[in-house]
Design a binder for this molecule. Structure first.
Ligand code: AMP
Length: 430
């Protein structure tokens, strides 16, 4: 199955080829035809599934006909990073077709955005707050919008943006196509979809569990040993780019500083940084100048750095959904990724819930002198597994001190020789 089946305009097909896409991903296969027919679509899809192109390509196809220079498509996303990424994808896929987009978000001056909006723009990729600001100042004309996309709708809900989204929608033509994408479907998103989508085609890709190619390793640890454990893992694992998550902005900053002092090529990304600093961190991480980025959840939403081989949860995320989103930063496209999570005694409850979702894919690991025993419900009679390979089985298990800390790289990153996320045999290919 190739992209030719969609009969895209030659100039848009050229964009697909320029990005090197040869086989559509499952969400592209399922979404592109109904979107091209003008249907509303509700897509339940994890991050990293190729959903951006799934909606951008049909939008570009639609814009090949009709007038140019009016805003005919509006994409609303929760974070500046995601908004920028979508804007970039439109630039890459739509370059030959000369379709122009602009991204609109807060934290940067509004003046240059106003100037940009006076130019000819066909697509807007925006965050809700700043978009509403432009609407209120009358600096944006949304009266020509034909397609509305709500991307990562559950994140918008998490971040308290749904009231803003509802206000924005009131300024759009009633006659339009609406597409809603979300990795999870909490009730508030269902009711938003009920209100905004007309007889939608429902598309579900995989389930709300992290992508299949990722391995999940949990390290029971005390708070005070986390940084040493992190360094130990970094020193003993062959990695490409590593994304480390902390719970707070101050911890993201201090962990990055500690790693920097120890000689790692590290940067940080959190809400206390100016937009310019955030962009510098992201660019440096993307182009490989920094091998490690320490970030908070909000800052890291939507990051698409294809080389991320490992996500390390320095702090456990607060919900299973948040875990899914963090882990969605690795294993993107057809890459294989590893997710390491530091689990303290306080995190035992969520660790249990994740065990239910991940099943056998979750392995508990120990590192000599740095990890601790992990208390749980029931003692298994025997375990014939090595301490380092022990799978969590809901039993009371104290890690033995007999552990092996590897001195040489344990594995090659991205050994994706025959394990494509999108191969027809993959459980992801629905
Ligand atoms: P997304 O879920 O839209 O953030 O996409 C995740 C990653 O997959 C991005 O790096 C895309 O450029 C890439 N991607 C999207 N569609 C394809 C495809 N059909 N073939 C290869 N890579 C793709």
């Amino acid at each position: 199955m190739s992209f030719e089946k969609f009969e895209l305009h030659a100039k848009i097909f050229a964009g697909v080829q320029a990005l090197g896409y040869t086989v559509p991903t499952p969400i592209q296969l399922k979404s592109i035809p109904p979107i091209m027919e003008g249907r509303d679509v509700m897509g339940l899809a994890q991050t990293g599934t190729g959903k951006t192109a799934a909606f951008v390509l049909p939008i570009l196809q639609r814009l090949m006909q009709g007038p140019r220079g009016h805003i005919r498509a509006l994409i609303i996303a929760p974070t500046r990073e995601l908004s920028e990424q979508t804007h970039k994808a439109i630039g890459q896929l739509g370059r030959r077709a000369q379709i122009h987009s602009a991204s609109i978000y807060g934290g940067v001056g509004i003046g240059s955005q106003i100037t940009r909006l006076r130019d000819k723009v066909d697509i807007i990729s925006a965050c809700p707050g700043r978009l509403l600001d432009h609407i209120q100042r009358n600096t944006i004309d949304l009266s020509h919008v034909e397609v509305l996309v709500l991307d990562e709708a559950d994140h918008m809900f998490d971040m308290g943006f749904l009231p803003d989204v509802r206000k924005i929608v009131k300024h759009l033509p009633k006659q339009r196509q609406t597409l809603l994408f979300s990795a999870t479907m909490p009730n508030d998103i269902k009711s938003l979809a009920n209100d905004l989508l007309l007889n939608p085609v429902n598309i579900e890709i995989g389930h709300a569990a992290p992508v299949e190619t990722i391995t999940h390793k949990f390290y029971p640890v005390q708070m005070s040993s986390k940084t040493e454990l992190l360094k130990n893992i970094l020193d003993n694992t062959e990695t490409d780019s590593v994304l480390v998550f902390t719970r707070t902005k101050s911890r993201a900053k201090s962990v990055a500083q500690q790693l920097d002092k120890s000689g790692y090529k590290v940067t940080s990304l959190h809400g206390n940084l100016s937009q310019q600093k955030r962009q510098q961190s992201l660019d440096g991480f993307r182009d490989g100048r920094y091998e490690i980025m320490v970030a908070t959840d909000i800052a890291a939403r939507g990051i698409d750095v294809t080389r991320i081989s490992h996500v390390i949860n320095y702090d456990m995320p607060s919900t299973a959904d948040a875990y899914t989103h963090r882990i969605g930063r690795t294993g993107r496209a057809s890459k294989i990724g590893d997710a390491f999570t530091f689990v303290t005694a306080d995190d035992a409850g969520l660790a249990h819930s994740l065990k239910r979702v991940l099943g056998d894919k979750l392995q508990y690991r120990s590192v000599d002198g740095l990890t601790i025993g992990m208390p749980s419900d029931k003692a298994p009679a025997h375990s014939n597994r090595g301490a380092n390979e022990m799978k969590f089985n809901g039993g009371r298990k104290i890690f033995s001190a007999r552990t092996q800390t590897k001195r040489s790289p344990a594995r090659r990153s991205f050994d994706n020789s025959n394990r494509s996320l999108w191969s027809p045999r993959s459980p992801m290919a629905v």
